[in-house]
Design a protein around this ligand. Structure first.
Ligand SMILES: [Ca+2]
Ligand SMILES: [Ca+2]
Length: 388
């Protein structure tokens, strides 16, 4: 059951649990699948592994791709899956699928769009780990410590490494996620944010206050980090100057605030926040870089999350279930709250949208390849602004 990626997608998980609770047999099946020796049957049983007929990339038996040296995941490379673009999805000019196994999320490009960092719970693994792959889906490798829970990774500038949140310093096993009503949470107190080099060697601990610290993202200049912290009691967005560690509080409204990103010129911040005690809805907000002039852009009874600025700085892409509680789609809205436009129309989850710096590519996570599955995968689309 999806219980680990509850930080940026905490309410997504909640919705999935309530709206389409996977049966125990699903989890069992997955466990059995993980135990089973990887043989050709895999392709028969899991339709998502059957690739479209692309002459230049003949299908390779999935079993072969699992024969990999330690520390690496030699899955399939990215492959074109244009058949998964729905007719209404005019802004998706072409589509490539980058992951084929496990449950995947929160994928982000590096500064030049050459690599992707993301979190994944591979078959047989108990918790999400952080991975890096090349833009074409090759060279997948785990870069977190392999201990505890991890989430919310993001590249530093200039290939200096990356940040991520991890509980690896805690002694003993992580506690079970707390459950409140139909919702499942994991604001694990042991999360702190760490900096690592490109090989995964931890070079710096960025947070050390008690309580949850996660959801870190790096500003375009590379100098600032936005993150979510419980250091003052509530869950709020904070800004850290990486050079000297100075921290500024960005939000102070009661209730969860997090998942923040800077605008391309670093004058604005977009984040999601909940003003209801039960977290039943989540709205998109913007404010200036100092945490002033907060403005709420969405106002519905839905879960709106994973906002990110389009490189033009005037629009924000995000994921929401506003049109169907069971189905998350991608939307765009102007920074003044006008111009709401729906971009995706697939069955199942579409979320964590992230643009390359030139706006040409849209990275997102979706289970459109197999909506019945609980497994989400990483896709990259050529984004066609003509239709927007
Ligand atoms: Ca708050
Ligand atoms: Ca969808």
């Amino acid at each position: 059951m999806r219980t680990t990626r509850l930080h940026r997608c905490v309410l997504l998980s909640a919705l999935i649990l309530t709206a389409a609770a996977p049966s125990l047999s699903t989890a069992q099946d997955k466990t059995e699948e993980a135990k089973r020796p990887a043989v050709g049957e895999k392709a028969q049983e899991a339709p998502e592994t059957q690739q479209p007929e692309t002459p230049q990339q003949p299908q390779i038996p999935f079993s072969l791709l699992r024969l990999t040296e330690p520390g690496r995941r030699a899955e399939l490379r990215g492959m074109e899956v244009n058949h998964l673009i729905r007719e209404e999805e005019k802004t998706l000019a072409s589509l490539e699928r980058l992951t084929y196994e496990g449950d995947n999320g929160e994928a982000y490009f590096d500064q030049v769009g050459r690599r992707v960092i993301w979190q994944s719970k591979a078959p047989g693994q108990e918790y999400d780990r952080i991975y890096i792959m090349d833009r074409d889906g090759s060279g997948k490798r785990m870069v977190s410590t392999g201990k505890g829970r991890t989430t919310c990774s993001f590249f530093l500038k200039n290939e200096r490494g990356f940040i991520y949140a991890s509980t690896h310093l805690r002694e003993g096993p992580p506690p079970e996620p707390k459950k409140t009503g139909g919702y499942e949470w994991e604001f694990d107190d042991a999360y702190d944010i760490f900096m690592a080099d490109m090989e995964g060697k931890i070079t710096r601990r960025l947070t050390d206050t008690p309580g949850y610290d996660a959801e870190g993202t790096i500003s375009p200049s590379g100098k600032l980090m936005l993150f979510t912290s419980q250091r003052d009691g509530d869950l709020d967005v904070y800004r850290m100057r990486l050079g000297n560690g100075d921290v500024t509080r960005i939000t102070s409204s009661p209730g969860y605030d997090g998942g923040a990103f800077f605008s391309p010129d670093e004058t604005m911040i977009v984040y999601r926040g909940s003003r209801t005690a039960d977290y039943k809805d989540l709205q998109i907000f913007v404010c200036d870089a100092e945490g002033r002039n907060h403005k709420q852009l969405t106002n519905n009874e839905a879960v709106n999350f994973a906002p990110y600025f389009h490189p033009d700085g005037n629009r924000i892409i995000f994921s929401s279930n506003m049109d169907d509680p069971r189905n998350f789609e991608l939307y765009m809205i102007n920074v003044d709250g006008t111009g709401l436009t729906r971009l995706t129309y697939s069955e199942g989850f579409d979320g964590f949208p992230y643009f390359s710096d030139d706006g040409q590519f849209l990275l997102f996570c979706s289970n459109r390849a197999d909506p019945e599955s609980r497994d989400t995968h990483v896709f990259v689309a050529v984004f066609d602004p003509y239709w927007y």
